[in-house]
Design a protein around this ligand. Structure first.
Ligand SMILES: Cc1cc2nc3c(=O)[nH]c(=O)nc-3n(C[C@H](O)[C@H](O)[C@H](O)COP(=O)(O)OP(=O)(O)OC[C@H]3O[C@@H](n4cnc5c(N)ncnc54)[C@H](O)[C@@H]3O)c2cc1C
Length: 382
């Protein structure tokens, strides 16, 4: 029977993914005593399986775009303080269809286009001759994006929260039940005034009855790491397929003709939810993805035909042969069709936060601040 711990925290956080860490940071910045609990011995969820691509351009217009802008600023601050390298910056959206150029032009006319500009294909080739991209018609350039190597950045962020902000971590520990101020875990009963539940794509554990109302599912993504191509990318790279997925572009009226053309020309890519994102690591290697398959429990296998579609888009967009694959993995994240983020208040002193789209690395820090504001500034009772 787990023992009652005598220590009492202002806030306990369930989950040490980016959302839990972001929430812990927002609380620690207020001088609160914070405990983070995770069932894994080390970060193993979506937060270390992603591209580490902190994307502003293309996030859904409105709240998500604002969250991404705020989160990008916090990433900059934290990266410097915690010694997390920003591996590269910016985005090149390399497109090869007239319909895509129309989407980019419409995007540039919105507030989201501020600071972005359209490069001609010739200008892009001059800037990066190693990317011949013979089919490219234009490139949207943005300077807003950052890239961190998540598998290193998330552990460093946690270590810095502990050393610089005095956040306590309990790993290898599952939270099994809650009766505030008691937090029941597989090791001990802990005490906290407030609780933030950031469980990623685990919907059948804490507050499962409440989460069942939200029609949540999981999205599985296939990812590849390729050897260094021998040159430095000018920015993170994306292609036409991203314009049909990222809502900041896809929800523009101008996107309809592009979607219709992609349905005709790349039905298999769309069927597997394939789009192209290419980011680079400090050693020059490329993280390349991805695909999107939805199920309550997606199968855990990486399918060769899906990887082949991703690499086919790599060839078409960049105009070079993909370097050898050195790693493959899958990841899953929470997904909902009616929202990008789920906030729930199961009890006055408890908040649940789940990012229900593939944007938690880009928006997590802002969401963490929202959770703490809601818990501590709105009269939430302990
Ligand atoms: C392949 C892939 C690529 C992606 N690319 C990007 C990208 O480039 N940019 C971007 O912005 N987003 C991207 N995303 C999305 C992003 O990674 C997620 O939105 C984000 O990581 C979610 O963070 P989280 O902290 O909510 O979840 P997680 O990282 O999954 O963390 C949740 C944690 O909660 C713990 N937990 C759950 N229940 C309990 C319990 N009862 N007791 C103890 N611990 C518990 C788990 O062990 C886990 O460590 C990608 C996702 C994937 C899978």
């Amino acid at each position: 029977m787990p023992k009652l711990s005598s220590e009492r925290f202002d806030l306990a956080v369930v989950g040490a993914g980016i959302l839990g860490l972001a929430t812990a940071l927002a609380a620690a910045r207020r001088g609160l005593r914070v405990l983070v609990i995770d069932r894994d011995a080390q970060a193993n969820g979506a937060s270390v399986r992603n591209f580490g691509f902190v994307t502003v351009t293309g996030q859904e217009r409105g709240a998500m775009w604002e969250r991404a802008r705020r989160s990008r600023e916090i990433w900059r601050e934290v990266a410097e303080a915690a010694g997390i390298p920003i591996v590269h910056s910016g985005l090149w959206m390399m497109v090869r269809r007239a319909e895509s150029v129309a989407v980019l032009e419409a995007f540039l006319r919105t507030e989201m286009g501020a600071g972005c500009r359209l490069l001609s294909a010739a200008e892009a080739r001059r800037r990066c001759p190693q990317l011949p991209a013979p089919q490219a018609t234009a490139v949207l350039e943005s300077h807003s994006e950052l890239r961190v190597e998540s598998r290193e950045a998330i552990p460093r962020l946690a270590a810095w929260l502990a050393s610089a902000h005095g956040v306590t971590f309990m790993r290898d520990t599952t939270v099994t039940g809650i009766d505030m101020p008691n937090v029941y875990t597989s090791r001990a009963v802990l005490r906290a005034e407030r609780l933030a539940v950031c469980p990623g794509d685990d919907f059948t554990g804490l507050y499962s009855e409440r989460l069942a109302r939200y029609a949540l599912t999981r999205c599985k993504l296939q990812m590849l790491r390729l050897a260094s191509p021998g040159f430095k990318l000018p920015a993170a790279l994306m292609s036409d397929l991203g314009l049909a997925r990222y809502l900041g572009y896809a929800e523009l009226e101008a996107a309809a003709p592009l979607k219709a053309r992609l349905e005709r020309e790349q039905p298999e890519h769309l069927r597997h939810g394939v789009q192209l994102i290419v980011v680079q690591g400090a050693d020059g290697s490329l993280v390349v993805g991805d695909s999107h398959h939805y199920a309550a429990t997606p199968d855990p296998f990486a399918h060769e035909e899906v990887d082949a579609l991703i690499l086919d888009e790599f060839r078409a967009a960049l105009g070079i042969e993909p370097p050898p694959t050195v790693e493959r993995w899958i990841g899953t994240y929470a997904s909902a069709t009616d929202r990008q983020v789920l906030f729930d208040s199961p009890e006055p002193s408890v908040r649940t936060a789940i990012v229900t789209c593939g944007a938690g690395a880009s928006t997590g820090f802002a969401i963490g601040e929202e959770v703490i504001t809601s818990l501590f500034d709105s009269g939430a009772a302990a």
